[in-house]
Design a binder for this molecule. Structure first.
Ligand code: ACO
Length: 447
């Protein structure tokens, strides 16, 4: 994309000519005016480089720690309007997908851009179902973890280890190889997650069953034992499938940015998914669902809610109301609305979780408190999801694993898009160096 440079004239750039998609910038250091094209509501950071004080000058850079206002890619996968509380996958509103689709249908949509027809869906379900087994040696890798290893630590390491079992995955430029690894990853994540849980319980692993659908199979691998048969309640299977749909993608968040960053080095998808999952593990990201549960337990009763809110406000950012706030949603998180509704349906089957009343009271008070209103802090996807996971019998430490399972389809869709993007290059941010200039070395005995 070219830029036009003009010497400053008497006339101000803003008032001079007809409207066009460009930004006029005056460099007050030199008096020169630059015209930067505006495309899709953005200016190119590289177009700033021409703005120099002289030939020795490197040129202007943009400074944007934490990417608050920087688009790092174009994408056609997920659309979010944070002010309106809109979330769409490939153009379809999230509430419609949550009501009408299965998770695997949505995973197909994310990866291929279209909802599958009957034949495509049958093939897709077959491809995923027939990749759910994991290599027996990978099982031994999992056996090596300590009995109290965190399930996310196990998941991240085991997925990374998978790259050594499928070395063909390194051939990231072959679309059919990529498709095969996508089948494997989407299929094996629930198996690895369930095995991690069984390991932590000291119980034998339960192998996947091809007769069961994706979510039912996962619940069965979690809760079946050799001593007892297990048939999950269909309402709970559906609730889990909907949670998977809601968590499947969320455009350029921390984990997806990690996936794209690692993928941009043409690393294999197993290592890249392990890196993305590591980002998701953090308490400010997918780890928040676990923290919400811990917070509700810490509060303990409805009577203690006002005091807790006061502590958060006095903590001035040190202590946060977990499950509240979002970098993008500044009105409401549409996923949280669906999950809140679903919590009621799940509790009809499992019995009411007393922590729900504490959560509802927290939400009620926070939504009318000036501190939270002014900062536009609303419940996010993690606020109610933990309560449902708990109702399903899933231990708190495994909550983020349940986020990583469906997000794998989103990560892979974003990775696929990255590798097909003609503008794709290795991700390499610049820095603003503020350290010392060249220093004289002092030998150790004189320091
Ligand atoms: N509780 C109390 N105060 C909060 C919270 C919160 N949950 N979130 C933000 N704030 C305050 C900050 O202290 C800050 O206040 P200040 O302006 O007085 O300094 C202001 O709101 C803005 O906060 P930032 O940290 O600048 O907002 P940012 O967009 O960077 O952070 C984030 C978003 C990380 C989600 C944040 O809201 C948070 O930490 N929430 C709790 C953790 C959580 O629920 N994470 C899950 C997010 S959803 C997901 O990743 C799947």
């Amino acid at each position: 994309m070219g830029t036009v440079e003009a010497t400053k004239t008497e006339e101000s750039a803003a008032g001079s000519s007809a409207r066009r998609d460009a930004l006029s910038v005056t460099d007050q250091r030199t008096g020169r005016v630059y015209e930067l094209p505006i495309v899709n509501g953005t200016v190119r950071a590289m177009d700033l480089r021409q703005i120099k004080t002289g030939p020795e000058d490197f040129g202007l850079m943009s400074y944007d720690p934490a990417f608050l206002n920087t688009a790092a890619c174009t994408s056609r996968i997920t659309y979010i309007d944070g002010d309106q509380g809109i979330l769409r996958y490939r153009g379809y509103p999230i509430d419609v997908l949550a009501e009408k689709c299965t998770y695997l249908e949505v995973a197909y949509l994310l990866l291929y851009g279209e909802l599958p027809n009957k034949a495509q869906y049958a093939q897709w379900v077959h491809d995923i179902t027939y990749h759910t087994m994991i290599h027996e040696s990978l099982k031994k890798v999992m056996d090596a973890f300590n009995y109290d290893a965190h399930p996310m630590g196990m998941l991240i390491s085991t997925v990374a280890a998978m790259s050594t079992f499928y070395p063909e995955g390194h051939n990231v430029h072959d679309a059919s190889v990529r498709a095969k690894q996508a089948h494997r990853l989407i299929a094996k994540m629930p198996t690895v997650a369930a095995f991690a849980y069984k390991h932590s319980m000291g119980m034998p692993y339960v192998y996947p069953s091809n007769e069961l659908d994706y979510s039912e199979n996962f619940l069965t691998m979690l809760f079946k034992t050799p001593a007892e048969n297990y048939k999950p309640n269909p309402a709970l299977v559906r609730a889990l499938d909907v949670l998977f749909i809601l968590h499947a993608d969320h455009e350029q968040n921390c984990g997806t940015n990690a996936m794209r960053g690692i993928g941009s080095a043409h690393t294999d998808p197993y290592s890249a998914v392990a890196g993305a999952a590591a980002a998701l593990y953090g308490p400010l990201h997918g780890g928040a669902n676990e923290e919400v549960l811990r917070m509700l337990l810490e509060i303990g009763s409805i009577a203690r809610v006002p005091a807790f809110i006061e502590e958060v406000k006095q903590g001035k950012g040190e202590k946060r109301l977990m499950g509240f706030g979002h970098r993008v949603y500044k009105n409401f998180d549409p996923r949280a609305k669906i999950i809140k509704r679903m919590a009621t349906e799940v509790f009809e089957v499992t019995g009411r979780n007393p922590l729900l009343d504490i959560a509802l009271e927290l939400e009620r008070i926070a939504l009318q408190d000036d501190y939270f209103v002014k900062r536009k802090l609303y419940p996010n996807v993690d606020f109610y999801s933990g309560l449902i996971y708990e109702a399903l019998g899933i231990p708190t430490a495994a909550f983020t694993v349940l986020f990583a399972i469906p997000r794998t389809s989103g990560w892979l869709a974003q990775w696929e898009e990255l590798l097909e993007d003609p503008e794709e290059k290795i991700a390499r941010p610049r820095q603003v160096y503020l350290g010392p200039g060249e220093r004289v070395f002092v030998p150790m005995e004189r320091r």
